[in-house]
Each structure stands twice: as C-alpha cells, then as structure tokens.
Design a binder for this molecule. Sequence first.
Ligand code: DGY
Length: 325
Amino acid sequence: MRVLITEPQPGKGIDLLSARYDVTVGERGEYDSEERLMDVIGSYDALLSCLSTPVTGDVLRAGKKLRIVSNYAVGYNNIDVDTAKELGILVSNTPDVLTEATADCAFSLLLSVARRVREAEDSLRAGEFDGWHPFGFLGTELHGKTAGIYGMGRIGRAFARRARGFGMKIIYNNLERLDAEDERKYRAIWVDSIDELVRQSDVLSLHCPLTPKTRHVINRDRLAMMKSDAILINTARGPVIEEAELAAALHENRIGGAGLDVFEMEPKVHPDLLTAPNCVLLPHIASATRETRARMSALAASSIISHFEGKPDHAIPTLVYQRNK
Ligand code: DGY
C-alpha cells in the first residue's frame, strides 16, 4: 500500500504508517496545489491530507487507486466529499481529540478582546506604562453577560462549559435543538433564529462547520444587529464571516471587538482587519497544543490502518467516518 502524507506533522502518525506501508511525506506546502497533487495521486492508495490540501473532485478522480482520504483536521471543507462518495473513497477526520484545545483558544481570544490584552501589552512594550491609571485600558467583564453560541456541537458545548464557569448566561442556535437533558447540562437556552441569537448576545462565538448555509452567516445585516459593545469570536472557518464587513464594523466601532483564529482567504488576512481596533488575530492555531496535535496524528493514521486492515469502525471509538452518506 502506498500512502501520501502531504507534509510533516507532530505525533506518531507518520511512524505508525511507515511501519506498515510505503509512505511518502511531502515538504511543507508541497501539495497545497491541485496540479501538484494530481500529478502524483494516481499511484497512492491513501492520502493523509491537511486543511490546506485541495482534495477536489479532479484530484479524487485522478486518484485511480485511492481508497481513503484521512484529513488531519476535524473540518473537511477542503475535500469534495460528494465526489469521494460517488467514487467510493472513504473520508475521515479527527473529531473529539481537538475539542478542548479549540474551546480553550476561543476562550483565550474572548478574554484577550474583553480585557484588551493585546493593546495593553503593546502599550507596555512601547514604553508607555506610566503607572496604574484609573482609566487605563478599561475592558468588559464576562460575569453575568450572555454568551451566544452558534453551532452547539462538541466544540460549541466545550465553549459553553467554559462560559458557564465564568458565570455567563448561555443561549444557542444550532441546526437542531439539543435534547432537554443536554440543555439542562449546559444550562443552554435555545434561541430559534440566528438573528435573535445575534441580537441578544454580548459575546457571539461561532462553532459551526462551513457549509453553503453558513458561508457569510455573519454578514453586514447581522453585524448591524449585534449590540454595539458585543464581541465576535471565530474559531470555526473564516468564510463564515464576511470579513470586509467585519473590518468595517470594527473600524467604525459598530461592535465591541473581535477575536479571530480563521480567515476568509487563508493564509491572507484582510488588510483592514490588520489595522482594526480591538481585534485579536491568530494564525489558525486553535488545535495547536502538543497533546492535541499528537492525538490528531495518531487518529488520522489509525483511520487509514483500520480501513486497510478491514477492522470494524468501532475499533477506534473516536473515529467518525463521513463514509458514503
Ligand atoms: C480543524 O481541525 O478543523 C482545525 O481548524 C485545524 O486544526
């Protein structure tokens, strides 16, 4: 079996696969182009891809021997899942193992924006600290505020647990309402439209997958519905927000602030966001802890191994197949 791993990754996944199969590991960024992938994919049985790997319909069709694409990420919007399904190629991702790290990152963005950590630190490093100041970098307290969560899957729920710990009220909107037990567990109150969620939230945190329905779900109109001091957090996918409109809202102080780990045209960041006030921007690092990346690596490799070895899916309890459905 030949396995293409698009680029080096931390963790034991590469060793696990190399011990069993004929493995090629690309250079960082080497397979970020469709053409380059199409040139080589025909001779591989499995592809271990990253978010930046464009696993398009053409790539999948060129993969004449391809049996599985294992994505080193929970999101898989880089993969044409419909074509994979048509061709009978299995697609797997890395759910569960990055839930806590991603929720931590969303919360650290929130705290940074609410307490103006970036601006305050920049000022100190610029030599401007002249002692305690009654008006110095006044921020916003989270306690007692309303956290609105759009997308109440694993990561949304992990964010809710954190928000609850900070004494916040939790409201949410999701494709489907949680059952009563989960609503009680997370003390989460269902709001039956995204518009209402946006209007009521002091903090709006996005945890939905990127789909045609969620693309630009936060657009000019919804930004206008937000409270003037509300904070927007995005650790989901960049295109969920209309970035130019967000930058304009921040520059015109129409909302309180934003914390973003993902961008519409990664790795490009809208230039107006770079100059926007009260905005914390991270280079897509939500899952970047040593522990999580090691688990992602093992899980991505195990998906390939279990598929080739014909083990039942439940051999890896955390594995979610997006297989043929
Ligand atoms: C994911 O897994 O989808 C993250 O965005 C990258 O780690």
